[in-house]
Design a protein around this ligand. Sequence first.
Ligand code: NAD
Ligand code: 89Y
Length: 346
Amino acid sequence: MSRIRGALIGCGFFARNQLHAWQGIEGVEIVAICDRDETRLAETGDAFGIARRYTDAGRMFDEGGFDFVDIATTVPSHRPLVEMAARAGDGAGVHVICQKPFAENMADARAMIAAVEATGKTLMVHENFRWQSAVRAAIEALRGGAIGTPFFGRVSFRSGYDVFSGQPYLAEGARFIIEDLGIHILDISRALFGDVARITATTTRINPEIRGEDVATMLLAHEGGVTSVVDCSYATRRTPETFPETLLEIDGTGGTLRLDAGYRLTIQAAGGEEIRDVAPPVLPWAERPWHNIQESVALIQQHFVDCLRAGCAPETSGDDNLKTFALVEAAYLSAAEGRTVALAEL
Ligand code: NAD
Ligand code: 89Y
């Protein structure tokens, strides 16, 4: 596969990051874009020099001419668009990347995975936080045995940053922090400690101006024996504001790993201490404090292309991400019913 051609659907708040990142990836060209909103479509097409523009995704798939579609819309449109991608080219389908949250419920997620699987094409969920370079450094240290076998982890995201001005829909849904942000933090916990057997969660809303919960505290029993605490808040006002950093505390049989505010990674093991600055680079098109997320977009998209070329499944394939998505569903169920939920229930 030499030159890879893509199409992007959804020219909103976040898609610009994806389009900038595609421009930096060798051998990839976004040849078409789609948005129901004509103004956003025109602005995005002009900004990125993309001539083929559609307000109707069906028409874009009918006209084809691309190998993959990058779905950057919000969740209600994910299932119809993924299924459209699987039907494209008389059922041959195209490769698919879909933004998180992948689906509105487990049944939809399973149907979407099955639809792409039937075409033999690749499906990757854009679950990028595990690709943040600081988080990646911790994952690699852990997998390399730097602190022996982990037995406890805390994966923590606490902030007071105003995410509602850029993404007003986040204030409107019955669900907020677990579905929007916690999904990433749960995924990091899975990447660090493996799949999960049981979860217990509490949620609360502090900000009276929004509809959903903005604080969630979750206790995870991982299948391999690790216990992790995943805690998320958008109601935490403190200095320094750490948005959008995920902080880590991990204890293992041979030492400890900490990822502290300011992207400072500390590993203590065998009587020694190593402190590393794992701050992400600010890519030319990026801006603080989003540069951390923006770099992870470039890295996950590069990973998708590497997987297409190598013919292997991406780390956050549909099947893999179903397990992260199930954690979201299980956390809401646990909080609603005040009980521990076994993932096998879903
Ligand atoms: P947005 O509302 O700003 O943009 C979505 C765009 O999609 C809109 O312009 C809308 O008109 C268009 N759209 C919706 N349905 C469509 C359809 N059927 N056909 C064509 N166009 C359609 O949303 P956003 O803030 O850019 O978020 C998009 C997705 O990205 C969400 O799922 C969000 O959770 C996710 N997101 C991910 C990250 C991350 O780090 N991975 C960060 C922010 C947002
Ligand atoms: O939508 C969210 C995401 O995926 O990362 C951060 C965010 O933009 C706001 O919580």
